[in-house]
Write a protein that binds this ligand. Sequence first.
Ligand code: ZN
Length: 683
Amino acid sequence: MIKNAWDDRTLKEYKNKLFKKLHSDIVERIYTSHLIGNDPDLVMHGGGNISVKTIEKNTIGEDVKTLRIKGSGWDLEKINNVGLPALDIKKLLKLGAISKLSDEGLVSFQRQCLLDPGAPNPSIETLLHAFIPEKFVEHTHSTPFLFLANIKNSKKVIHDLFGDKVAFVPYVKPGFDLALLANSTYRSFDKLEGMFLEHHGHFTWGDTAKESYDRLIKQTNTVEKWIDTLNPSKQPKLNKKTTKNISNKADRHAFIRDLRSSVNQIGQGEYILITDVSKKILDILDNKSLKKFVNRWVLTPDHIIRTKGKPLLFDLVNKSYSAADIYQKVENYTVQYTDYFNTFYKKGLHTMLDPLPFMIWVRGLGIVAVSKDVKSGKIINDLSSQTLRVFDKHIHTNKGFYSLPEADLFEMEYWSLEQAKLGKSTRKPLQGKVAVITGGAGTIGKACAEKILFHGGNVVLIDKDKKELEKVTLNFNSDCVRSLDIDITKPNASDEILKFVTNFFGGADILISNAGSAVEGMTDELESQKFRDSFELNFFSHYELAKEFIKFYKHTNNKGQILFNISKQSINPGVNFGAYGIPKLSIIGLMKQLALENGLHGIRVNGINADKIQSGLLTSSMISKRSKARKVSKQDYLTGNLLRSEILADDVADGFMALILSLSKTTGHIITVDGGNIEASLR
Ligand code: ZN
């Protein structure tokens, strides 16, 4: 059952604190929008829409009757007044006088009605909201109504459950025609309180925010109760049985790793994989009858734009898949998708989207989203899990799934407004890529992470300083940043890191091998163990990580990159710094060797020689010591280079970014970031 979450006290807080300056109609609209948006069984991610009719002042102080409706790109659970563009409703309703209008024409006219021309695009269902005379209007794609939306006799069920209070509206694509049909339907009833849209969802309304919201919950729960009455004796107690889960975690990682590899080889771009392994999902996936639903397409056309029509199914409980098996299945999916496109497309009008599956359902593992970024991956998984919840109801009620015909789904998936967006969105260069940065909590690590995020990539920060790492990760406050506290000198650290990355993003494409620590002492005086320990961190940990990453890249056919933070010490040794400089010099050898051996796989291996960066390695006390030893001021010490300029962590990160983004034909190379130092120059 959906909970009625109305709470007078919270509404008061919205009015008196959170949105004090706004008109109370708009505050009430924001409040119930949040209530609706917070329940994943009512609406999800940009799906559904809400509105309120009110009176507002325009720029010159005149009162204008307005419709405030959800703006496109806004989620109900986070909406505020900016996400609720205001339209002159009197002008908007003039559209009732015409009988035909294209989607582009509708969008354009809606924009002409905006009070603020800079406001976001009002929802495509705006006109429908305007035609309903009640003050508040709600439109949701709730789980119970989506169950009802796809059974054969839904019209009769609606009539049996609601009599003349809720109308049945046969399927029409959202837009102008649906608004006209909804308008005439509304007017043909006496006191209508809601509408059920076949293959689509539900509308309800009321004169107050509370009446409208209460009706939404009540009507939705009426459908939910009815679903519960269907064949109750036949309902297996699904949640009580132990869900079969694959016991071997290694299989799980290998599966995700190979899946991303296939997807990135077959698809048109680069993707990350976002996995959801919640128990409820595993339970539903465990049902053998689910297979029957895989080819039944989507619950509501709105989903298809994000998820594609069909999921791709795997069964890790009973089968094991080699990398080649996975590749074959993904490829078969794209062949079928291409057939579907070829059946319905019109030349010059439609451009085929990436034929990859976006929803992957894996029995024994969970659901996996193939997506360009974390945000859209989570959306795909949420829609995927709602689809599973609805299918679960179908499995247990035996009502049969009666889907919208493929031609209608194609029309929605290849909607002209969506197709017009293609090519316009500028894909950031690191979108779909994952970078692992060791020494991630340090200044250089942070600077690199910032730049990678800026270019659309995802980051995994590695550091043994747990506290600092947590702080840094928290500061990023981004779903695209994950962190793992681990000592990279311990055995199997590289394996753990790769598994961690695969778990969160599906794999890795860039390693910035940056961790290091300076040990001071004359080479003949320093204890051997200290010298060896320095080699362990400053050389062997880099070697182990690079080795495992290269194996990973080769296995996944990934033209990945390895980048070492090498240091000026490798070329121009300083007194007392042998224990640091000698392993760094060895890294040059390692870099060259790896570049030499892996170029044929497209794997690039490069490094940065930086000098005098204030960091955890070159602390301010060390700067004091070294500047005193050289009898120069701290400032002169830091700017003692040809350009007389201090080198910042940001400059080092720029060097790494040049190697990652620009120098695509460069491998086995060192870039110096030291302000110019002839003794440390390579040629
Ligand atoms: Zn809708």
